[in-house]
Design a protein around this ligand. Sequence first.
Ligand SMILES: O=C(O)[C@@H](O)[C@@H](O)[C@H](O)[C@H](O)CO
Length: 354
Amino acid sequence: MKLGLGLYRHMLTPENLAFARQAGATHIVGHMVDYFRGGQHAHAEDQPTGTDRGWGLAGDPDALWTVAELSQIRREVEAADLKLEAIENFDPAHWHDILLDGPLRERHIENVKTLIRHVGEAGIPIIGYNFSIAGVAGRTTGPYARGGAPSVGMEGPYDLPMTKGMAWNMVVDDTAPPEPIAPISPAQLWDRLERFLNEVLPVAEAAGVTLAAHPDDPPTPTVRGTPRLVYQPSLYQKLIDINPSPANTLEFCVGSLAEMTEGDIYDTVETYARQNRLGYVHLRNVVGKVPTYKESFIDDGDIDVLRVMRILHDCDFDGVVIPDHAPQMSCAAPWHAGMAYALGFMAAGLKTLK
Ligand SMILES: O=C(O)[C@@H](O)[C@@H](O)[C@H](O)[C@H](O)CO
């Protein structure tokens, strides 16, 4: 098992890469999507929370990530004595009509195939994704963690209907009328995922790229009137069983899984780690279940994180674990301190497994 750090696109800097290495990370999960366009977040280091108009504006629909820019990021990561393990999330501008089954679907399928090929050519092994119409939405922030540390959580359901021109909690068409999107059934959304995976997994295999599916975050059956896919641990199996390709894996978010109202987190970890289908792991801690959970420091939540690490180790998981996110700490560098604390705990946990 390897220790990694996730960095948003604007945080993929030489300083943050050096910080990651100094904190004991050997791998990086990089985000190419700029969640912070449109300035709807208090700070550009916190996790995005956004407004009812989402996290922000999606990217340029015609600007697919090139091999050159992906390779440049890989080289910068490697120059810091780190390995670029994964790119996390597609830009909603590039694939929204796969999620919404809209008129641009065929073009967006070709976009995803091109992006997969480019990631493979750039020598990056994994793409994490989250097949979700409303995306990561419904988050609140507050002094939720130990000592009043700012973190994120959820304070009840988020049912405000999602409007046209939005996808994955970002704005993909700011000229769209402010009308609710057409209703979608869970069966329709599962069908969209199945078509997507069956079309792109062969391309991923050929490109030497693994796709890794994040569960719904937050894992509620619906968000903004749209259905969700993996909001209970057992539904991860339904996703895996869609296609037996070895490229069909999980972006295994222990925090989101622990927020789910069913299942036992330790059984869940063992169930999926034993199937050798974990692409990489988000290892964070929470208190409570949806729709009212709060993120905690890694050593201060409902999960015995060292026990989770032991289960992953005993199931021979040899991939990367990252904090994903952490409470901000009261000092001159809140994000860095919170991440350093999480990374230090995880690094110590890894040493106990040797
Ligand atoms: O705010 C964030 O960056 C995280 O919550 C991510 O783990 C997010 O859930 C994933 O990128 C979704 O794929």
